[in-house]
Design a protein around this ligand. Structure first.
Ligand code: HEC
Length: 157
């Protein structure tokens, strides 16, 4: 295959009138799947129990191995030497926008690799919703928890 006649990117070539093999796409070109993908990325779905459930399931599959099921960064992979992520509970990440979290999931961040090819935009939104729920659960004043739930929590050793 490497010996076949072919044009290499950025080399001279006679195929196009300007003599360059790498061409910019004609104006108005839309990549296959792009419009649907960008709409799904832009439009945040309504918060529902089903969305949270889906988010929890996806989070436990894709994120918990490093971030831990509780989002503190104590997953099994960092326990075996991978860089340990900080928890989701510092001021900066509490204040980060949903869009920012979408962006981190799709594009990765530092040592964390991108998940755009593995997690659809709809599932990214579900995971973001679940991260918000985790954050809420870590910072909620005890007075905001209803009596039955508080009793249950206080009974837990
Ligand atoms: C293989 C381990 C690994 C997995 C799996 C992983 N992350 Fe991370 N994540 C990291 C590490 C390590 C960092 C810190 C990176 C750094 O500071 O260089 C990080 C950072 C982050 C941050 C913080 C970004 C910031 O601004 O500080 C968010 C949010 C995040 N991850 C979300 C996710 C979500 C959501 C998933 C699942 C879709 C996920 N991560 C899966 C390792 C992982």
């Amino acid at each position: 295959m490497s010996d076949q006649p072919k044009y290499k990117p950025y080399r001279d070539g006679k195929l196009f009138p300007d003599g360059i093999t790498s061409q910019t796409s004609p104006q108005g070109t839309v990549a296959r799947g792009e419009p649907a993908e960008s709409v799904a990325n832009e439009v945040r779905p309504a918060m529902t129990a089903a969305l949270l459930g889906r988010g929890q399931e996806r989070f436990d599959i894709y994120c918990a191995p490093c971030h831990g099921r509780d989002g503190t960064g104590n997953g099994l992979i960092p326990q075996r030497g991978y860089p340990r992520p900080s928890g989701y509970y510092d001021e900066r990440l509490l204040k980060a926008s949903d869009r920012y979290l979408m962006h981190v999931i799709a594009g990765g961040y530092g040592a964390m690799y991108p998940y755009a090819s593995r997690i659809s935009p709809a599932d990214r939104w579900a995971i973001v919703a679940y991260i918000r729920a985790l954050q809420l659960s870590h910072n909620i004043p005890v007075t905001e928890i209803d009596a039955a739930m508080r009793g249950q929590l206080e009974a837990t050793p």
